[in-house]
Structure formats: C-alpha cells, structure tokens
Design a protein around this ligand. Structure first.
Ligand code: 5RP
Length: 222
C-alpha cells in the first residue's frame, strides 16, 4: 500500500476522536498517520489521553505531546484506532504483523469502540493467507510449536535482522500457516489454551468499524 493511501485512511480515522476521550493508540505504518493527526489536534488544543500499544507508539506519542496514561490510571478506553493485516467479511482480523498483538488485544478489549484502518489489500474472503502471529514464551518454544502444529498450523520463528525477534514483552512470535481459517474464534480459543502461548493475532468480534483506503483515493467505511 502506498504511503498516500495509508495517510488518507489514517487521517480519516482521527475524525472519530472527540475532546475528553481516552484513546487506545495502535501500532503500525497506517495508524502511524492517525497518531500524527491526533498530535496535530492536541497541539491545536484537543484534550485527550492515550494508551499506547507498543514502545514505538509510545515514543511517537511522546514526541507529539499526546498525554499518556496506563491501566493504572484508567480502566476503560473510549476509542481504539489500530491497523490490521487481514480483515474478513465479518470484520474478524489477523493482527500482529508488527509484533504488538498482545498489547493491541488488551487495549482493544478494554475499549468501547475499535476502529481499524487498512487498505484494500488487507480485505480477504477468508483469514489466514497472512501467517497468523502467535506470541509465545521462550521457554519450551519447540514444545509450543509442536502443540500448534497439532492444531494444524506449521510455524516459523519470526526473525528480524537475522536474529530472533523479541516482542516488547520479551516473548517470541511464531508465524503460523493455518490457511484457510474457517473458524477463527474456535482456533483463537484453542491456541490460547496452550500453556506456552501468551496471545494470538486473531481478533474476533473486536472491530466495530473498518476504514478501508482504496487505490482511487476513497475511504470506504465497513
Ligand atoms: C502490529 C499490527 C499492525 O496493526 C498491523 O501489522 C498492520 O500494520 P500496517 O498498518 O503497518 O500494515 O497488528 O502488531
């Protein structure tokens, strides 16, 4: 997706932000533009506070002067805006391409409304062509990978710059091929039952609204 489409859809999502809101601030190259826009709005006097879903987003929000809070300060979030790697017709998602899925799911599930920003390449009939990210503890990694394989998913340890990728929480990501995912909610529950799994990237019944940026420069609301 081009930077222009990401910016178009990212900017558009900022229109859902109102004075006084507590915001969940997602992670990724699309919601990056929403956060930049919110930063501009804050500089113009908007009063909001945000909970970031990653260290990268926290750093961006700090740079922009967006006031930040934690779950110690608030128990509820008004609106979370975040990206996605795949969106199906029921607005079920795969997330975690950026490795922030655990914090993203915690923040989204504490939110009254969850808005997803994406481009049309993320819209799919069936989830799973994007390998499903599963955050696992380092201990017993091979056993967890075996357990995931028993559920039908071949997994690959995520690498970055030739090294094993570590999440902000000090865990590992297994990118798992479960295509086609026919029952996302069931698979999500099965994965989260495995002792070595911290969280998985299936976001079922979480997204309320999806803003889709198109190549023609339009934003479709789902
Ligand atoms: C990070 C995510 C991102 O929201 C997802 O990967 C989409 O990112 P981008 O907008 O850069 O395509 O889930 O964990």
């Amino acid at each position: 997706m081009s930077k222009e489409i990401k910016k178009l859809v990212g900017d558009k999502a900022a229109a859902y932000v109102e004075d006084g809101m507590t915001l969940g601030l997602g992670t990724g190259s699309t919601v990056y533009w929403t956060i930049e826009k919110i930063g501009e709005m804050v500089q113009q006097g908007l009063k909001v506070q945000g909970i970031p879903t990653s260290i990268a987003t926290e750093e961006q929000a700090k740079r922009l002067g967006i006031p930040l809070v934690t779950f110690r300060d608030v128990s509820h979030i008004d609106v979370t805006i975040d990206g996605a790697d795949e969106v199906d017709p029921e607005l079920q998602l795969i997330k975690g391409g950026g490795g922030a899925l655990l914090r993203e799911k915690m923040v989204a599930m504490a939110s009254t409304r969850v808005i997803i920003v994406a481009d049309e390449s993320k819209i799919v009939d069936r989830l799973g062509q994007f390998p499903l990210p599963v955050e696992v503890v380092t201990y017993g990694l091979d056993r967890t990978a075996y357990d995931i394989e028993q559920l039908g998913g071949k997994s690959t340890v995520r690498k970055k710059d030739g090294e094993t990728y570590m999440t902000d929480n000090g865990n590992i990501i297994l990118d798992c091929d479960f295509y086609p995912i026919t029952a996302p909610e069931k698979l999500s529950q099965q994965l989260n039952m495995l002792p070595g799994v911290v969280e998985n990237g299936l976001f079922t019944n979480i997204a309320d609204t999806v803003l889709v940026g198109t190549a023609e420069g339009r934003v479709i609301i789902k």
